[in-house]
Ligand binder design. Structure first.
Ligand code: G3P
Ligand code: MG
Length: 246
């Protein structure tokens, strides 16, 4: 019987996963379709992107793929992303004249690449309901939902008790494993700057795979691998051909 790949299958396909951070953000404008296509071409088994909620002019909420609070750094416009309607944002351009994708655009791309998974980071609050609906409508895409907003992940868990989640941590705290357990998490995603040998021993007690962001130097990735991490988020997947899967 044909079996849809899950994130857990993907975790077991490789000892050390190279996750394309915002696609391949060091090689193409971050969180754009070019960036995601490039990360796939380079062999990333999992793509990370950030989503935020905005509204269409008719009031329909949508998920846009975008990292910052404002569009100033990465586009030809200015202002808060939340202040744009979907229609107004369609006219904005990132570097290289690329539009800002909606989450469905990336899901459409992944439908053509059944061996690639998607790590959707809930960047803004009040995204849990929308993301649960999107997953229900696209059950063929292997997704991992992560967020620094652990309350948002808890809300998502109420709506969907099957899709894998991973709490994100920008800093070390003693209760990381408890938070992961309470969310019935499938992974722990942590800033590479917060990882040490001693802390990794604690995280390994959770028995969950631990992934670190953002690592662009292969020597650093190798050190983390030796500490027991199971993968990294990188802007430069081209530097990690050793671990890539094609
Ligand atoms: O999900 C890993 C990483 O993307 C978290 O930090 O700021 O790059 O979204 P940030
Ligand atoms: Mg992110």
């Amino acid at each position: 019987m044909y079996k849809i790949m899950t994130i857990n299958d993907l975790f077991h396909r490789s000892d050390f996963l190279i996750i394309g951070h915002r696609g391949a953000a060091g090689l193409a404008p971050e969180n754009t379709m070019d960036s995601f296509r490039l990360a796939i071409e380079l062999g990333c088994p999992l793509l990370e992107l950030d989503v935020q909620r905005i509204y269409s002019e008719d009031g329909t909420p949508r998920l846009v793929v975008f990292h910052d609070d404002t569009v100033d750094r990465t586009t030809n416009a200015k202002g808060l992303i939340a202040g744009f309607s979907v229609e107004a944002l369609n006219k904005v351009r990132c570097t290289n004249d690329l539009p800002i994708p909606m989450l469905e655009d990336v899901i459409g791309l992944l439908a053509e690449h059944p061996n690639v998974g998607l790590n959707i980071e809930l960047k803004s609050k009040e995204t849990a309901g929308l993301i649960a609906q999107t997953i229900q409508a696209n059950p063929h895409i292997p997704v991992l939902i992560s967020s620094f907003h652990h309350d948002e992940l808890a809300q998502f868990r109420q709506l969907d008790n099957a899709t894998p989640v991973a709490p994100l941590f920008a800093r070390w705290r003693e209760d990381i494993n408890d938070i992961a357990t309470n969310l019935d998490a499938s992974a722990i995603n942590i800033a590479a700057t917060s990882v040490s040998a001693m802390r990794m021993q604690i995280l390994l007690e959770s028995k969950l795979p631990v992934f670190a962001y953002t690592v662009n130097a292969p020597s650093k990735a190798e050190k983390l691998r030796q500490l027991g991490l199971r993968g990294i988020f990188t802007d430069r997947p081209d530097k990690f051909d050793l671990y890539l899967l094609n």
